[in-house]
Design a protein around this ligand. Structure first.
Ligand code: NIG
Ligand code: FE
Length: 413
């Protein structure tokens, strides 16, 4: 049996409590000063004060990490990424720097379809190697669980290829991947009529996907010129019939009523929400749908940020994620994410930590297993090269992670 003891932590930021946390609860980090925890066979078996824990065990039986002067937190959960794709779109980034908008680039045949071409052409082995390197980088920032979407295939073969890559890496890489089917990410060139493509996804793609690969969620890019609210509803309800929980790219560029739809169908999360209506936010709060905010995307697209402060003040549980993808947000940087959330969306540092841990876990329906340091949860944690969690925001844009532990094993040292 593997046994790990972390002791003498200046602060053990447990983030304890059932997720998702809303309103004032997002400020409660449940910190233990001079904290310790035990992980046995990958599962947390004790959390408390160092002297209480150490006095009752034989330290010789444990691998011991002395975290004196350091802050220890739950491993971060990046609950929205598109990490498997072929090719790059650096040229489009350059056009944006020169003033073109994301929508203009999309209308000129760039955007998602560009990555679809490269992903269809890429071999499974190449997709896998690239995604593994990206996961290494995420892990170095303290991310121990990540959600990953398909959506650069838009046909059965390539959607399946992306999901198979995630399934394989999940078995081999320390970071856990929760997979999402995002076949409704764009309309491929071979379809003139969106409704024909929606029918193809529902009839011919989704039933095969759920049979052949591990996939937890179905997501739709509900946006002007992409999928309407009605089309998104049809796809997500068909997904629910197949056992796929719902997520939604909602109200990012135009206010279509994506937030309202997410609440109506009981989606686990609705993501982006830059243009979400007050009514949509209120309905999401009532239905327990997590709002996943992706400020690096807004930053990268030079858009106004989502109303994070307003959402939290109105009891919407908020998570933060990178949206790492080859187009609108080629960044997996947790330090940048925290800087933008605190300085530009006016979240407190405590709210940002909650949004990256227990609420991130809730956004992928895993808050019973990860997202906090509590007995019975997985031994996933981050040890900072800093005396306080506040340095995650204060040390702007710099990686404060010293060590990462995943399932009780030290994976970054
Ligand atoms: O979440 N909005 C749609 N999907 C991605 C963008 C993907 C891309 O540009 O390749 C997003 O921002
Ligand atoms: Fe996205």
């Amino acid at each position: 049996m593997s046994k790990l003891l972390i002791k003498n932590a200046k602060e053990l930021v447990t983030c304890k409590g059932r997720g998702p946390k809303a309103g004032e609860r997002m400020n409660e980090l449940e910190i233990i000063a001079d904290g310790a925890l035990k992980i046995e066979d990958g599962i947390i078996t004790q959390v408390g004060k160092t002297d209480e824990i150490v006095s009752k065990i034989d330290e010789e039986e444990f691998e011991v990490i002395d975290a004196s002067g350091q802050s220890v937190l739950p491993g971060f959960v990046d609950s929205h990424t598109h990490l498997v794709f072929g090719g790059y779109r650096a040229d489009e980034f350059n056009w944006r720097v020169q003033g073109k908008t994301y929508t203009e680039i999309m209308e000129r045949g760039g955007g998602i379809i560009n990555s679809v071409d490269s992903t269809r052409r890429a071999s499974q082995a190449d997709l896998k190697a690239a995604a593994q390197k990206r996961l290494d980088s995420m892990l170095s920032f303290g991310v121990t669980t990540v959600e990953g979407k398909s959506g650069y295939g838009l046909n059965l073969e390539t959607e399946l290829k992306q999901l198979q890559v995630m399934e394989e890496i999940n078995q081999e890489h320390a970071v856990d991947i929760i997979s999402t089917f995002l076949g409704a990410h764009s309309i491929p060139d071979e379809y003139e009529d969106t409704s024909d493509f929606v029918e193809y996804l529902i009839e011919e793609v989704m039933p095969v996907i759920v049979d052949e690969v591990d996939v937890d969620f179905c997501d739709v890019f509900c946006e002007q010129g992409v999928f309407s609210v009605n089309e998104a509803r049809e796809i997500l309800l068909a997904g629910q019939k197949l056992g796929l929980k719902s997520k939604l790219h909602a109200d990012e560029i135009a206010q279509l009523g994506g937030a309202e739809l997410a609440a109506e169908i009981g989606a686990v999360s609705a993501d982006h929400l830059l243009k979400a209506s007050e009514q949509g936010i209120k309905r999401m709060a009532e239905s327990g749908t997590v709002g996943v905010l992706l400020p690096i995307t807004a930053f990268s697209l030079k858009e106004e940020y989502a109303q994070g402060r307003y959402m939290i003040d109105n009891e919407l549980p908020v998570a933060l994620a990178t949206d790492f993808n080859p187009g609108s947000c080629y960044s997996e940087s947790i330090p940048l994410l925290i800087a933008l959330a605190t300085l530009y969306m006016e979240l407190t540092i405590e709210e940002a930590i909650t949004a990256l841990t227990i609420n991130g876990a809730a956004a992928i329906d895993k808050s019973d297993q990860v997202g906090s340091l509590e007995v019975g949860k997985r031994g996933d944690l981050v040890i900072l090269d800093a005396p306080s969690y506040t340095h995650l925001a204060y040390h702007i844009g710099v990686n404060s992670v010293d060590k990462v532990v995943k399932d009780g094993e030290v994976v970054v040292n």
